[in-house]
Write a protein that binds this ligand. Structure first.
Ligand code: MG
Length: 308
């Protein structure tokens, strides 16, 4: 019988596991996964949260070598985090983009989508932005902004670098999601949504803890789901607007600098950062990049003999 075993493991064990299975790693990993591997017919997926899922005929046998399982993982994994028929409720959904990219802003957007608007949104092509090309995303967003009430907030890299030492990433995200939702609730008042769905980036308890630090905390009717865009079009719409603003900001950066500014945080980002450092040092780089990323140090090493 096919088995599913879930372990909660510390980061060093997950790294050791990744090393052990390095020849069996899958090229693609699900969202928030550290790695995914296929070992003797068992699929092993380790998540950033520390959760490691073993699935397959001998899942127990392999999992046993790494730790002791939680109780009843299969039942827990299947449960939808949201009430029945949630997809047809009138919902404010919020999402953010840019947090994992070295260049560009962090953009958060909240959108209000009613049941009546859903056919139109589907007609416009609103769906999970991971299934859409950047150019479709931009063109859908250009219609969407005339159709749904929304509130976007953009944290430029300059601003991000100012607040990042004080606000850790999750606190910053909570502040932004909350502020966008708060402003959107004011915009649509006296109408009230049935629910507010946040594309989940931290456990609910953490979100609510950071909320206590906010001036206008929105605490009622909150729901959380990872991959929120699969549960409600409002999150998909928010995600499309966020992504568009983020791409536009990279375009602007590119035209100011005279060369393409990449998204992501890979090798290309290091090279581009080195180019910017050469032209204007950290002061110039800090206008375009999130300086605390490891890319900054990597870029400095790419500059031979300079002061960096
Ligand atoms: Mg998200």
């Amino acid at each position: 019988m096919k088995q599913t075993v879930v372990l909660n493991l510390p980061p060093d064990k997950i790294r050791a596991m990744q090393q052990t299975y390095r020849s069996a790693l899958k090229p693609k990993t699900p969202a928030y996964a550290v790695f995914s591997a296929s070992v003797d017919g068992v699929t092993i997926t380790a998540y950033q949260s520390g959760k490691v899922v073993f699935q397959g005929l001998n899942a127990e046998g392999i999992a046993k070598t790494w730790g002791t399982a939680e109780k009843k993982p299969a039942a827990a994994a299947k449960q939808s985090p949201l009430p029945k028929n949630f997809a047809s409720w009138n919902v404010i959904g919020s999402d953010e983009v840019g947090n994992g990219s070295y260049f560009g802003p962090v953009v958060v957007c909240a959108c209000y989508v009613t049941k009546e608007q859903m056919p139109l949104l589907k007609e416009l092509g609103v769906k999970d932005s991971k299934e859409l090309s950047d150019s479709s995303i931009r063109s859908i967003a250009s219609d969407l902004v005339h159709v749904v009430p929304y509130q976007e907030l953009i944290v430029t890299p300059e601003k991000y670098n100012q607040i990042q030492p004080e606000y850790n990433v999750n606190r910053m995200k909570v502040a932004l999601h909350n502020q966008a939702i708060h402003l959107l609730l004011n915009k649509i008042a006296p109408v009230k949504p049935d629910a507010i769905l946040i594309d989940q980036f931290t456990p609910e308890a953490n979100y609510r803890n950071y909320l206590k630090k906010e001036k206008h905390p929105v605490t009622d009717n909150l729901y959380f789901a990872t991959k929120g865009e699969q549960y409600h079009l409002s999150v998909a719409a928010a995600s499309i607007i966020c992504r568009t603003r983020f791409l536009e900001a990279l375009d602007t950066a590119g035209s100011e600098l005279g060369f393409t500014v990449p998204s992501g945080a890979g090798k290309q980002s290091d090279l581009t950062a080195a180019r910017i450092l050469k032209r204007g040092g950290t002061a110039l780089l800090g206008r375009y990049a999130k300086l605390h990323f490891a890319n900054t140090e990597k870029a400095k090493k790419l500059l031979p003999g300079s002061g960096y």
